[in-house]
Design a protein around this ligand. Sequence first.
Ligand SMILES: *Cc1c(COP(=O)(O)O)cnc(C)c1O
Length: 363
Amino acid sequence: MARVYNFSAGPAVLPEDVLKEAAAELMDYQGCGMSVMEMSHRSPEFQGILQQTEEDLRELLAIPDTYDVLFLQGGDTLQFAEVPLNLSTPRNGTAAYLVTGQWSKKAAAEAKRLIEAPVVASGAKTNFSRLPDCSALTIPDEADYVYLCENETVHGLKFPELPDVGNHVLVADQSSMFLSEPVDVTRYGLIHAGVQKNVGPAGLQIVIVRHDLVPASELDGVPTMLQYRTHVEKRSLYNTPPCWNIYVCGLVFKHLKSIGGLVAMHERNREKAQLLYDAIDASDLFHGAVSVPEHRSLMNVTFVTGNPELDAKFVAEAKAAGLLNLKGHRSVGGLRASIYNAMPLEGVRALVRFMQDFERDNR
Ligand SMILES: *Cc1c(COP(=O)(O)O)cnc(C)c1O
């Protein structure tokens, strides 16, 4: 069967080279006579995979030695709780939240269950069609960190630059932009990302955390598995990690290195996004859902016709043409094309041609 162009927001498209390599090694990983799925997580082969995967990630993002890299489970949603549990003080702590779309809204709501979590900027008034003004944030002095979602997957918003948070620790959910462009890790106290948006199979989260922020001693009342300290000490092998997912991410990291790293990846991503946004801006039928061009995501392109029936027709006809998963998130409707790292330029070109044909036929 032929491959389609898959615009899913996640789990999402992976590089074909990586899928082929994983398939080729499925029966016999490098002479082991078994796949990575079947091998002990304590085996030297898997230890080698884990170590290399971390090294390659450190190289791609230029992660300093003062940061720990953790491979965790529980869905990236679990980080909404783990961050306040580890970086603040349950019941007594405070952290400031920027609410710019569905994911940061969820993170703030979860934090509120555990700590004081004032919202210091919110895009709710404009229905998350743009980022709120973050030029003069009022952050409580006692805030242990400031939290944001750097790329809002559902609404298609991306911070063009990080807001000034003074001396506060910045925590970012980078799930849907992870490794799509270079970032300066030293500006963050913690970055977390579910890998299923841009770099791997669902079931693994990567946390990059400045070592001095990891609690030095055991946290009272916090389950062992939810303490970063546990996974730092055991180097992500406290219990069985998602071995296969780590392995596939490792293949993706090698692939990213082979094409020139994140600078080259960013260049490709910019080209794809430009092509699609230009097509939307030139169209009379399609309208971008984000009102400020500088706030547009390079990864999740949200747009509408303004007519839900026509949107549905577009999604159905696109599917028949081999362009899949263009429906907007169920909470916002409309259309969304997620054009992650592994979406080829040719896929975006095919989408743009299809949009033009659709517009001609539905005037
Ligand atoms: C998908 C997503 C999540 C949640 O990931 P799960 O692994 O489904 O828990 C969190 N944040 C962002 C930005 C996402 O895109």
